[in-house]
Ligand binder design. Structure first.
Ligand code: FES
Length: 242
């Protein structure tokens, strides 16, 4: 492989400095074998510009911290190989989320308010008995819950979603996926009607325009549209009943 000279045009902005305008800053570096955007950013920060802000924790597509727009598409920096990109690469922060600085955004607060809004925990009236036997569930149900737990909350589906970009209150694919996770969990005693207020509006399933960008941009390749259709069907059935 012939290593190329890459140019990374990176969005720079510090919202904490009054009067500071955002700008694009170009950095050049030599591509190396197996280089990811994350490795390139680290090299820039170590060798050229220690002030560059971006987020990461795991470097293995697990923590969901390193989402950013790579040539206009929401991607994980640690999972995106430079060899799959042209020599000139543009990096921008994910839209929708609050900008901390440069490529760093606050997805944590966004997902926390989503968890509170959707009640993303097992709701049960049973009191805790440390001596009772653990409840069993079928493998099929456990696998469904496991699948719905694979979301790493990176925000790529939200950043690529047309509705989320124009509506602050839209739950987005990540929110509806979270709801589907609790709907399939037999330990959650919430009646389905309980979800109706949160989900059955333009904030929820009926705000989706069906453009499929969430699923196209999900780095975990989650079946977001399948789960959305599942929640939508459930809500439509309840709508007929109430
Ligand atoms: S650094 Fe954890 S997902 Fe990229």
């Amino acid at each position: 492989m012939k290593n190329r000279e890459l140019t990374l045009n990176i969005f720079r902005y510090d919202p904490n400095i009054p009067g500071r305008e955002p700008y694009m800053q170009p950095y050049s570096l030599q591509e190396t074998e197996g280089m990811t955007i994350f490795i390139a950013l680290n090299q820039i920060r170590e060798n050229q510009d220690p002030s560059l802000k971006f987020d990461f924790v795991c470097r293995a597509a697990i923590c969901g911290s390193c989402g950013m727009l790579v040539n206009g598409r929401p991607r994980l920096a640690c999972k995106t190989l430079t060899r799959d990109l042209p020599e000139v690469i543009t990096l921008m922060p994910l839209p929708v989320f609050k900008l901390i600085g440069d490529l760093s955004v606050d997805t944590g607060s966004w997902f926390r308010q989503l968890s509170i809004k959707t009640g993303a925990w097992v709701h049960s009236d049973k009191s805790f008995n440390p001596n009772c036997q653990e409840e069993r569930m079928s493998n099929e149900t456990a696998l469904k819950i496991y699948e719905a737990e694979r979301c790493i909350e990176c925000g790529c589906c939200i950043a690529g979603c047309a509705t989320a970009n124009i509506r602050d209150d839209f739950l987005g694919a990540a929110g509806l996926y979270k709801i589907a996770r609790f709907m399939v969990d037999p330990r959650d005693e919430r009646p389905e009607e309980k979800y109706f207020d949160v989900v059955s509006s333009e904030e929820g399933v009926f705000g989706c325009l069906g453009l499929m960008a969430c699923e196209d941009n999900c780095p975990m390749e989650l079946p977001l549209q399948v789960q959305l259709a599942y929640v939508r069907r459930k809500m439509a059935l309840i709508g007929f009943r109430v």
